[in-house]
Design a protein around this ligand. Sequence first.
Ligand code: A3P
Length: 313
Amino acid sequence: GTVPEHTPKEEFRDLVASLPRREQSILELRLYQGFWLPEHWVPGTIVFQRRFAPRPDDVILASYPKCGTTWLKALAFATAARTAYPPASAGHPLRRLNPHDCVPFIDDIFATGEDAKLDALPSPRLMNTHLPYALLPAPVVTGCRVAYVCRDPKDMVVSLWHFLRRAKPDLSFADTFESVCDGTVAAGPVWDHVLSYWRASVACPDRALFLWYEDLLHDPAGNVRRLAEFMGCPFSAAEDVAAVVDLCSFDEMKALEVNRPGSGTAGRYRVMPRDAFFRKGVAGDWANHMTPEMAARLDEIFREKIRGTGLAF
Ligand code: A3P
């Protein structure tokens, strides 16, 4: 007879079923190697860990969800591809594609058995993940460059709540807030996620870059220069960084036809509309959603967790 084809989901069904389980609003979480991953991420993560064939010039973009993934993908893509696609050109891919359709999620590609898509990407490859550094395969850690974007956890919680509400309109802010505080949140605990990349960036600054969403807002050109240098394609003094910054600016991207409400879904996100990735794009929106007491509590949790690491929020 014929050998049945197994998808990663089928292949690792028993393993996944054996992992501790929790619920977070619309998500089923499984505790995998110290992190609460959405259940549907686990098979792709395992395949990524076992079968990913890194190339020395790979650049992996990493983030905790809602911390600037979409922006980092756009900036890195526009930067890396700027010779082939001048950022000011009307036909730039980012003017007709959502950033999630320009840079693939590695573990999602493995989850759906589309490994060949990664092999087909031209070098240097640009890919992304929401996995913590601790879960990245050893050859990535020793052989690839990883750029991470971090954000004030208070704004991340607000952004996460608005995002999840697109799928579950009656989700309470308090629920989302509590799940972040106690660590049982997708890809959490958040502090361990952030610390995993922070420590890597301190230990190996050539291979792990640590960026802040707030710094990108404050000085986009300076941070894009850092990113370009890190990726191995530095901007010359004469080159126009502003064109990349403008192309990827919140207002530009939000206004694009491709990102308007009703335009469909993006990349791995099979249910989330593309406009859900462009909400407000500012720092400090937390003040409109939580009491000073809640803010102080979240700040204190993070302060406690990162004490002595050199990281400061
Ligand atoms: P808000 O919900 O606070 O507006 P991610 O891309 O990791 O899912 O994060 C989404 C957050 O980044 C959202 O934050 C979104 O508005 C913001 N964002 C998306 N694109 C952006 C851009 N080009 N510039 C600035 N912020 C952006």
